[in-house]
Design a protein around this ligand. Structure first.
Ligand SMILES: Nc1nc2c(c(=O)[nH]1)N[C@H]1C(S)=C(S)[C@@H](COP(=O)(O)OP(=O)(O)OC[C@H]3O[C@@H](n4cnc5c(=O)[nH]c(N)nc54)[C@H](O)[C@@H]3O)O[C@H]1N2
Ligand SMILES: Nc1nc2c(c(=O)[nH]1)N[C@H]1C(S)=C(S)[C@@H](COP(=O)(O)OP(=O)(O)OC[C@H]3O[C@@H](n4cnc5c(=O)[nH]c(N)nc54)[C@H](O)[C@@H]3O)O[C@H]1N2
Ligand code: SF4
Ligand SMILES: [Mo]
Length: 875
């Protein structure tokens, strides 16, 4: 059993950690009671509070939410005793085994109590002192981020907010507001301009269906029991040990133990590669296309010279656009990948020697990689998306798929080519259990305009502007609509950390200072909150009735309320209702059932794969249950009682290798491509794709003329080439000679948990530097380093590594910006403070091939983050 006892030093905690842990809890209690809002001292007998009483402890184990976008989905249980959480553990509901693994959580899950009970929770509405409604001077916008805060009542907060929303709405209409992802309340209240971004999947967000891949290329790799059938698993830009905590690493370990060899293609010999003893192919960020083209060249060469490398039959039957004999019917350009690779068009064969100066991979490693991809090997080519969250990576989806197809690695046991993402990493296939949905009123935003998020700040600062609207939601792109926006005067922040997680944060801060009103719902003084005018305290999931989520194909988690809302915090729905009432509108337009009813509907709608191959109800619900819960519903027959489902924290489908639920991606297509065509125009994998190219070209972004409808190497708007003075590789280095990228970091789930003292102590959030580079600059491990880019400057302490490629600097993603107003330097090392808004191709947010320089900082050394005070507002 994995128990983290906050009251007793556990053996895996240092004394310092324990002391800090206890102090944090004490501080939290003090901070709460100082404002008369300590958590209630008894757990109410609430039907939604799950419960097997543990007589030894006299407390109650409650399955508790861990609800973040963290790459995992795990069981977290907390012992609630007299209203406080006294212990925490992860899944111990059954013996752990590879076949039936426990859904174990990570360190962040165990620190979750510092989210709910943190000393820095915002527990009552706050107003920025210098702000008044009315706009213009009244807003005193330049003080955002610097001003003092005052506590106000909910009545005042709602009245002030609604007064200002009405004023802006009357004058400017829906386009007077901006919110990255508006919720039902905002849709009904006023509407707004939305922001879109390519976030997780980078260039895979555009038109995957057009080339024949599933959306974002997730879902067509194989079931976990097939991993050990591979001879080689290539972890391409993939580090599940950090970015998909929970079970995925465990699945890969099973393959390792069965003899599968691992290869990692990554600028960092990352934690997963180390764990799996992978061979390492170090590739410079944002230059994967050069490496992949050279791999294709070597596959062709080896096939010609030795035979048995390229699966011509697969290419012939399942793809179009690889060579001149297989062009798609709609092709407008008589060019193909093979001839490009051989240098037919430009006189430059894409040999390993051609690629090396670009991607940094020694030619012999390219040859070795080409052999591994050969058709006689059982090879899985699994990728995450770091390599496409790069400028100039538009054609990587087609190229990676082309490499998989050249080796014939689809549709067969032991072979795969596809995504390796998030909580489903290493385990694809249809859901065997699935969470239900609550019925909610459908609301529509009266404004359909979506602006590329980082571009939006410049539009706000310019008081409006002209642009092409190409997308109004994640992954949905359309022909450009010429759009003119007037001034944006109000900003809402709901469930994104937009000002922190979008590119061009520096402009973002200025844009926040330029508008009349910023309204934020927040649990902590996050960056969004810091630059706001009114902060409405929102509950965490621990203070809500509960919810059901699908974690992976074999596990649904059901979490329940841990505590009553702390202080004056309210749920998003309660806040939405208050705002709508304040606007004189009917809240039922947005919310027409209670949150307990919604929880119940999620449970009732949960399903399990039945013997018939159809999904059937998972949970048995009786009339008595419905009465006890006080909800509306119908009795139903499932495989687990409602009480057990809630008390156990959900349901895990018990798998065995021969359970008939295995899954091989593309098996149906490969078995019968005519009967099971893919989503592309040709029904095949389109290595040359006219439709995707035409859509992308219609955006008319800078640099588009470099692209072709098939994969080629393009020079990105910002990338490795930009580290040279004249943009020519091997020329003289410029002022920013390093490529900077943003690993998703273990302290945080994006920005979430960055404030958590336990995690701050556990994960220092340094800047990752290569040893040679550091030595050249006289930087030693632990030195404070100034990182500079053309856009901004930030400080971090150096972590000098032998396992990072020379020339690469890793600035972990998601730290809460902390600008020194005198110097303009960010002391927290926020990634987006260092990145501007440049874009090309399809407007991807190029997080991973920015440019920078670094030097030993001659000012005061940074204190460890865990020794810094938390952002606590004393009112
Ligand atoms: N430079 C750079 N930028 C990046 C990335 C990168 O690699 N480099 N990665 C990108 C990626 S892949 C992603 S997915 C995005 C993520 O970007 P975001 O989704 O903006 O990031 P989160 O930090 O997860 O933001 C969630 C916010 O919701 C708040 N929250 C949590 N629970 C609730 C709730 O119940 N109600 C309300 N109202 N709020 C709640 C949290 O406190 C937090 O502020 O970032 C992107 N940005
Ligand atoms: N701890 C933690 N886990 C998370 C998150 C988090 O914030 N923190 N966020 C979650 C979310 S929403 C997402 S989208 C995922 C992201 O998950 P990942 O994409 O796996 O995360 P990254 O760390 O950005 O990148 C994975 C690997 O790609 C490598 N890489 C980066 N750029 C390149 C490149 O140009 N070429 C090649 N070949 N390799 C490259 C990195 O060195 C890293 O080892 O993580 C999820 N999990
Ligand atoms: S991986 Fe995510 S869900 Fe699992 S314990 Fe960690 S933070 Fe929580
Ligand atoms: Mo993401």
């Amino acid at each position: 059993m994995d128990v983290f006892d906050v009251g007793m030093p556990a053996t895996n905690l240092s004394r310092r950690q324990f002391m800090k842990g206890s102090m944090a809890v004490a501080a939290s209690a003090a901070a709460l009671s100082a404002f008369g809002c300590a958590p209630s001292t008894e757990v109410k007998e609430d039907k939604s509070t799950a419960a097997a009483v543990n007589p030894e402890e006299g407390g109650t184990w409650v399955p508790a939410a861990c609800w973040h976008n963290c790459g995992g989905r795990c069981v977290n249980k907390v012992m609630v005793k007299e209203g406080s959480v006294v212990r925490q553990k992860t899944d111990d509901s059954h013996e752990d085994s590879p076949e039936y693994p426990q859904q174990r959580g990570c360190v962040r899950g165990k620190a979750q109590q510092q989210q709910c009970f943190g000393a820095d929770r915002i527990l009552y509405p706050l107003k920025r002192k210098g702000w008044q409604p009315g706009g213009g001077e009244n807003a005193n916008g330049s003080m955002r981020g610097k001003d003092e805060w005052e506590r106000i009542s909910w009545d005042e907060a709602i009245e002030l907010s609604c007064q200002e929303i009405k004023r802006i709405s009357d004058e400017y209409g829906p386009t007077g507001f901006y919110c990255k992802s508006p919720d039902a309340a905002i849709n009904v209240m006023c509407g707004c301009v939305r922001g879109w971004d390519t976030t997780s999947h980078g260039t895979y967000t555009l038109g995957c269906d057009m080339i024949g891949l599933p959306p974002t290329d997730t879902g067509k790799a194989n079931d976990r029991f097939d991993l050990p059938n591979a001879e080689y698993i290539i972890m391409y830009s993939s580090n599940p040990t950090w970015s998909a905590a929970g079970t995925p690493t465990y699945y890969f370990i099973q393959a390792k133990e069965a003899g599968t060899k691992f290869v990692s293609v990554d600028p960092l010999y990352n934690a997963s590669a180390q764990m799996l003893d992978a061979d390492w192919i170090p590739v410079r960020n944002g230059t994967d296309m050069a490496f992949m083209l050279a791999t294709a060249y070597e596959m062709l060469r080896l096939d010609e010279e030795e035979g048995d490398i390229v699966d011509w039959e697969f290419l012939d039957k399942y793809t179009v656009g690889f060579d001149a004999d297989h062009m798609p019917a709609d092709a407008k350009l008589n060019e193909n990948l093979k001839d490009y690779v051989l240098g037919t068009y430009d006189g430059t064969p894409k040999t390993p020697a051609w690629a090396e100066p670009i991607c940094g991979v020694p030619p012999e490693q390219v040859t070795e990689f080409a052999r591994i991809l050969g058709k006689n090997n059982k090879t899985m080519l699994l990728h995450n998306y770091g390599m496409v969250r790069c400028n100039g990576a538009e054609m990587i989806p087609q190229m990676l798929m082309a490499l998989g197809a050249m080796g014939g690695h689809m549709g067969k046991s032991g072979h795969a080519c596809g995504g390796n993402y998030h909580a489903n990493c290493g385990n694809y296939g249809p859901n065997l259990v699935s969470a239900g949905n609550a019925k909610k009123p459908k609301t529509t935003n009266p404004c359909s305009t979506g602006v590329r998020q980082p571009q939006l700040y410049d539009i706000i600062l310019a008081g409006g502007g002209e642009f092409y609207d190409v997308s109004n939601s994640y992954g949905s792109f359309h022909e450009p609509i010429p759009t003119t926006l007037g001034p944006i005067k109000g900003i809402f922040h709901v469930t994104d950390a937009t000002l922190q997680t979008s590119l061009h944060q520096k402009a973002g801060i200025e844009a926040h200072r330029a508008v009349d009103f910023v309204l934020t719902r927040a649990q902590f003084m996050t960056t969004n909150a810091l630059y706001s005018d009114i902060i409405l305290p929102v509950t965490t999931e621990w203070e809500r009735p509960g919810s059901v989520t699908t974690c992976n194909r074999e596990f649904v988690y059901c979490y329940s309320k841990v505590t009553d809302p702390l202080g004056e915090a309210k749920t998003d729905q309660e806040i939405g209702i208050l705002l709508l009432e304040g606007m004189g509108m009917d809240p039922k337009l947005a919310f027409d059932t209670s949150e307990t009813q919604q929880f119940f509907e999620q449970i009732a709608g949960s399903t399990i794969m039945g013997d018939s191959g159809e999904m059937e109800p998972l949970v048995t619900i009786t009339d008595a249950d419905i009465k006890e819960w006080g909800v509306e519903g119908e009795p139903q027959e499932g495989v687990i009682s409602l009480a057990d489902f809630v008390a156990n924290g959900g349901y895990q489908y018990k798998r065995t290798p021969d359970d008939g639920q295995g899954f091989i991606g593309y098996e149906d297509f490969v078995t019968d491509p005519e009967a099971n065509p893919l989503s592309s125009a040709s029904g095949k994998l389109e290595i040359y794709c006219q439709a995707r190219y035409d859509l992308m070209a219609s955006f008319e972004y800078d640099g588009i003329e470099q692209y072709k409808p098939y994969p080629t190497y393009v020079v990105p708007c910002v990338g490795f080439e930009s580290t040279f003075k004249d943009g020519k590789i091997d020329g003289e280095k410029g002022d920013y000679p390093y490529v900077m990228y943003n690993p998703h970091y273990l302290r945080r789930s994006h920005t979430v948990f960055d404030n958590c003292p336990w995690l701050r102590e556990t994960w220092a959030n340094p800047v990752f530097l290569n040893r040679q580079d550091a030595e050249q600059k006289g930087v030693k491990d632990g030195d404070t380093v100034l990182i500079s880019t053309p856009v901004g400057k930030g400080l971090r302490t150096a972590a000098v590594l032998d396992v990072l490629m020379p020339g690469i600097v890793g600035v972990p993603h998601g730290a809460w910006v902390d600008v020194d107003e005198k110097t303009g330097i960010d002391r927290a090392g926020s990634d987006n403070y260092l990145i501007g808004a440049e874009y090309g191709g399809m407007g991807v947010s190029g997080y991973n091939n920015q440019i920078c320089t670094f030097e030993k900082y001659d000012g005061d050394a940074l204190e460890p983050d865990c020794d810094l005070p938390q952002r606590i507002v004393s009112a």
